[in-house]
Design a protein around this ligand. Structure first.
Ligand code: UTP
Length: 408
């Protein structure tokens, strides 16, 4: 893209300010800036304007989960079915590790964070070791896909190399990068991160399947005969990956997706809750739950909207191809975005100063015909690390790991 083409694109999107420093850049930096403008997809900036238009009345109703008791009664049967699918090579794992982990506030990718006390215990290591338990039980490898972003790809790959994949057969590990989206101020003006580079950030975890396809991994999936993908977040160090009981239950119930859920700790807990929205599976955000919904009681005497998601889903691959055709909604998220100010100086803000634009994996659930919410014990499978201290932190995860017999 040359200067004139860049200028034309920027005028269309009201972003001419991005060329402010062009004339003072050397040739190489000018080319870098033009490339950065050429790569940018500004269409996400419209998300904020259309946010209100899209707020049509949604009709929610409860979606019953398969409870711990029900799962326990069928455990052997589900496990057998799940292990067979894994042995037949039908199940893959997808680790979503493209996020910035800003709340944790460590440099590098979240997965390289060491939560050990007397010895190193890295987050990535915990996830690999959990998966290896199933690999050993099934006697079969599980292809392990890792989504990274421009920001953390090289460090992530180097870390796995340095630690020899924590004993995982590296020929079954596939890295792929997610897309980036521009980041803007509150008026929708994209920031310059450097004088020759637009500010951008990973475009959320909802584009994972499209990014996998773009990376050409459909050939690997076809070659390996994958029919199910277990997608999970990097930060839950207690989660079961490719859990055979979960896999078996989802296969036997013949649904397009299964979602691990935990019973809410309190009716007003801030988690997304499984439900039906216009009769299709969905996740209602905590801030969308009305007091009536919060206090509604089901036939079993439990709260009707009782099951929070923990970002661990099992998707049928065939159904995922159909979702790719659909456009997932964009979420506008307030974040701290480093930028070049009007004096040409770099600013690292201490509080949120603008918007990032993200698609979320939870919106994919609504595109599926049916979903099995599958209850798991919170204290055994949910130890997310979002913050350094307090709720969902390194501290709380360490305590839960110890409670479950892990040495740190
Ligand atoms: P979070 O919502 O916790 O976001 O991601 P984050 O970026 O990691 O952390 P904060 O909000 O800045 O503190 C949930 C999961 O989705 C992944 C994360 O890596 C994590 O596993 N994710 C998030 C992506 O893979 N890409 C993204 O663009 C965002």
């Amino acid at each position: 893209m040359n200067y004139a083409q860049a200028e034309k694109k920027l005028i269309k999107w009201n972003q001419e300010h991005l060329l402010k420093y062009y004339d003072e850049l050397d040739k190489e930096s000018q080319l870098r800036l033009l490339q950065s403008i050429s790569d940018a997809d500004f269409s996400c900036l419209k998300a904020k304007e259309s946010e209100h238009d899209e707020k049509k009345e949604k009709k929610y109703s409860p979606l019953q989960a398969m409870t711990l008791e029900e799962i326990d009664a069928m455990k052997e049967q589900f496990e057998k079915t799940g292990l067979e699918a894994i042995k037949d090579g039908k199940v893959g794992a997808v680790l979503l590790a493209g996020g910035m982990g800003t709340r944790l506030g460590s440099d590098g990718p979240k997965g390289v964070y060491d939560i050990g006390e007397t010895k190193p215990v890295y987050i990535f290591q915990r996830l690999i070791e959990n998966t290896l338990e199933v690999v050993e039980k099934a006697g079969s490898m599980i292809p392990f896909f890792i989504m990274t972003s421009d920001v953390n790809h090289d460090t992530t790959v180097a870390f796995f190399e340095e630690h020899e994949y924590f004993g995982y057969d590296k020929s079954y590990v596939y890295f792929f990068k997610q897309e980036m989206a521009p980041a803007s101020d509150y008026d929708g003006k994209v920031f310059l991160e450097e004088k020759d580079k637009l500010a951008s950030s990973p475009n959320g975890n909802g584009g994972w399947f499209t990014s996998m396809m773009k990376a050409g991994l459909d050939t690997i999936m076809a070659k390996r005969g994958l029919e199910w993908l277990n997608v999970f977040a990097v930060d839950n160090v207690l989660q079961r990956i490719a859990d055979p009981v979960f896999v078996g239950a989802v296969i036997e119930k013949e649904v397009e997706v299964g979602s691990k859920v935990v019973a809410k700790a309190a009716p007003d807990e801030k988690v997304g809750v499984m439900c039906l929205e216009d009769n299709k599976p969905s996740i209602v955000e905590y801030y969308e739950l009305t007091p009536e919904m919060m206090n509604e009681v089901g036939a079993d005497g439990k709260p009707a909207y009782n099951y929070g998601v923990i970002l661990n889903y099992l998707f049928q691959v065939e159904a995922l191809y159909d979702v790719m055709e659909k456009k997932l909604p964009l979420h506008v998220v307030e974040k701290k975005i480093p930028y070049i100010n009007e004096n040409g100086e770099k600013v690292l803000p201490e509080s949120p100063n603008g918007y990032k634009y993200e698609q979320l994996v939870l919106d994919m659930i609504h595109e599926m015909k049916n979903c099995l919410p599958f209850e798991v014990e919170r204290n055994k499978e949910f130890a997310p690390i979002k913050n350094k201290t307090g709720i969902d932190s390194v501290e709380s995860a360490r305590a839960l790991l110890k409670e479950n017999g892990f040495e740190l």
